[in-house]
Design a protein around this ligand. Sequence first.
Ligand code: NDP
Length: 279
Amino acid sequence: MSAEIIDGKALACSMRKEIAEEIKKLSLQPGLAVVMVGDDPSSAIYVRNKEKACEEVGIKSYTYKLPENTPQSEVEDLVKKLVNDAGINGILVQLPLPKHLDVEKILSLIPPEKDVDGFSAQNVGKMFLGEQSLYACTPHGIIKLIKYAGVDIAGKHAVVVGRSNIVGKPVAALLLAENATVTICHSKTQNLKEITSQADILVVAIGKPHFITADMIKEGATVIDVGTNRVDGKLLGDVDFENAKEVAGNITPVPGGVGPMTITMLMYNTLTACKRANG
Ligand code: NDP
């Protein structure tokens, strides 16, 4: 039997409606500042999509586009100004930054309560300790998708393929916090197929088109494909979707699965940061 498709667009849409409703009830408007340096075309598209999402839910967006050759001190001054602005609840520095800039130093200026990307060492540390923090958007969106599919995570064997700081490691931590038994795989993992075939929940974030084939998936498993690979103008996931859906129980498509959740969780984090900042 063919798998149920986990519709990330539908979940993102209903979450954005809920966020918009909640913002309407607030006495103030949350603010999100996006800092972009240079004119990387992909970054420009991401920034525009963030602005659109803000408009949709009622978050005030402030976009700062600085020229490619902006010196370090100017970027730092802008971020510091945003940190001290009470109307800004979230600050996001669009990556990649031009090579002459010290990315770590710039990101370290953003305090954890305004780090809506959830990438800072403080927020990651708090997440691992199970303390209140802002979770990284894509991993948090993945947990929401698994729950939306009606899957009870507790006690399940979750296998995460990929161990990046932005997806693999944090999603493994969140799955553990949900009481899954978690295995993390990476490029040095031996017998990958043997491990993925035991997964009740399989999260794949490696960046290799159609790398995970149907024979690597347990029958009835929940498969979350994070990969976004552009091949001949088409967007492909890390999972061979067409064949995998004949084995899996639930599966996310690419596009339309994890992708729409990432920006939605950014809106969620901005609202959360605003509520926390204002008691
Ligand atoms: P990275 O390149 O940072 O990490 C890739 C990970 O995959 C590494 O841990 C690497 O292992 C592992 N890996 C590579 N090859 C293999 C292999 N043959 N077997 C097992 N593991 C392997 O990627 P990201 O985590 O940043 O992104 C992964 C994918 O997710 C990309 O396609 C990216 O575009 C997409 N993505 C999508 C998002 C969305 O919103 N939909 C958001 C973020 C990412 P090792 O550590 O040993 O090198």
